[in-house]
Design a protein around this ligand. Structure first.
Ligand SMILES: Cc1cc2nc3c(=O)[nH]c(=O)nc-3n(C[C@H](O)[C@H](O)[C@H](O)COP(=O)(O)OP(=O)(O)OC[C@H]3O[C@@H](n4cnc5c(N)ncnc54)[C@H](O)[C@@H]3O)c2cc1C
Length: 429
């Protein structure tokens, strides 16, 4: 399943080195490709630090509304940053905070945790958040920040050498409704997701492992008996996770091996309902009564993405473009937002110093942590697949990632996370 991306040219650029000044007064300090969660948060924080930022998004401008996006769970460490930026009141609207977790095997609660009892947590809950709602809240904050602009429906055609010199800093060839132009900022940041075009255009090769099947979601209305609890169930063929999400819905995620997922997803709705009902006995009747439509069930592929580096010349990768992770452990969005939060200071420092050393320092701290997380995912997904194949397997407790590091973020970065949203705003417009 592993495939190297095909770089347009080999990456020979040094990871540390000078950062150029913007070529003209009209060029921004930083161009961020991708106005997803990581790009928006990075743009917002850099704008607050007084940097001129242009965000480039290939999709049309979002129309506010509930949407039907995925619903990741924001962990306390991430919520701390968003709270410091004043975004929590908007984010919690319409969703149910998760205050507790339970691990259940053979219909028995075998472990439990409470966010309120987690020492050092900036908030005492996790928050299932529609990614569409998160994007809307961040976009509104970005558009209110002087010095930051978003261009929608924009296409990046390449990252040509800025000054025509081999191995020199790159510019960005951009097409918008107004035509083609070349931008020559100090820094180009790829926040364009796991299939990053910036990564490819910068010649950063990457190992991509695809998990095409093995992840199914079922949404049902929220029952009164559930409460603000996330429950993980170990079953004979994987594990299921039940969590309240926005719009009074309950989300059941099933992570299993690709063969089982494929067979069940391609089979009848009745069989699928029974798989969920038998995996989650406490909600079996509710699931049977409230699963009527195939549209309630969705299947997503997931990817583990490992680029050789995150910094190449004046190009930086952030979020999923730097490290797509599998959904196991529910960390992709949290890692991406935490990257952005910690990197804003590093980017600011790099721009002031005129070199990439601060970015490289971040990479040196962060990359081993993320690689270890991805290794853990691979090991446990492989074990899960093996267990699924065994007769009567899965009666014991499987493995879930440790709770505290997921909730609080990477230990070495916790101080930076706590400070990220509290920096005094330099640019008052
Ligand atoms: C089903 C599912 C469930 C998940 N659950 C969780 C969870 O519980 N917890 C968790 O932490 N994470 C979860 N994730 C992962 C999370 O959604 C991602 O890690 C997160 O969205 C990454 O953010 P990002 O900003 O780096 O990239 P993205 O969200 O992919 O945003 C990239 C942006 O760049 C834009 N773009 C792409 N290419 C270009 C281009 N060439 N030019 C211009 N713009 C471009 C895109 O339109 C998009 O706006 C889940 C993912 C899925 C699919």
């Amino acid at each position: 399943m592993s495939e190297p991306s095909a770089p347009s040219e080999p990456s020979t650029r040094s990871a540390t080195g000078p950062l150029p000044q913007p070529a003209t007064a009209a060029d921004p300090d930083v161009v961020i490709v991708g106005a997803g969660p990581a790009g928006l948060l990075l743009g917002l924080l850099l704008g607050r630090l007084g940097r001129r930022v242009l965000l480039i998004e290939r999709e049309p401008a979002p129309r506010p509304g509930p949407g039907n996006g995925i619903c990741p769970i924001l962990q306390p460490a991430t919520l701390g940053v968003l709270g410091d930026l004043g975004l929590l009141p908007d984010l919690v609207k319409g969703t149910t905070p998760v205050t507790h977790g339970e691990v259940i095997a053979a219909d028995t609660v075998v472990a439990g945790y409470s966010y309120a009892e987690l020492p050092g947590a900036p908030v005492d809950f996790a928050l299932p958040t529609s990614i569409v709602h998160l994007r809307d809240v961040l976009t509104e904050a970005v558009l209110a920040t002087p010095g930051v602009e978003i261009v929608y429906e924009a296409t990046v055609h390449g990252l040509p050498e800025r000054d025509g010199a081999d191995d020199g800093p790159r510019g960005l060839l951009l097409e918008t409704a107004e035509g083609m132009r070349t931008l020559r900022p100090s820094l180009i940041v790829g926040c364009d997701g796991k299939r990053s075009a910036v990564r490819r255009m910068a010649g950063i090769s990457s190992e991509i492992t695809e998990f095409r099947r093995g992840y199914l979601e079922l949404r049902v209305p929220m029952p009164d008996f559930w409460g603000g609890v996330m429950r993980a169930y170990f079953t004979a063929d994987g594990y299921m996770l039940g969590t309240p999400i926005a719009d009074d819905q309950l989300l059941f995620v099933w992570i299993t091996d690709e063969t089982t997922a494929g067979r069940v997803a391609d089979g009848s709705l009745a069989e699928l309902v029974e798989r969920y009902a038998s995996g989650i006995p406490g909600a079996a009747d509710w699931i049977r009564a409230h699963t009527r439509d195939r549209k309630q069930v969705r299947e997503f592929p997931h990817h583990i993405v490992r680029p050789e580096r995150w910094v190449a010349g004046n190009v930086l990768l952030v979020g999923d473009s730097a490290h797509g992770v599998h959904v196991y452990g529910g960390q992709g969005l949290n890692l991406s937002l935490q990257d952005a939060a910690c990197l804003a200071d590093a980017v600011d420092e790099a721009l002031t110093a005129g070199d990439t050393a601060a970015l490289r320092r971040f990479e040196a701290i962060r990359m081993p942590f993320i690689s270890a997380f991805q290794d853990m995912q691979r090991i446990h997904l492989a074990a899960l697949a093996e267990r699924s194949g065994q007769q009567g397997g899965g009666q014991g407790v499987g493995h879930l990632p440790e709770f505290a590091p997921l909730a609080l973020g990477q230990p070495e970065l916790r101080a930076a996370l706590a400070a990220a949203g509290r920096r005094p705003t330099r640019n008052e417009g």
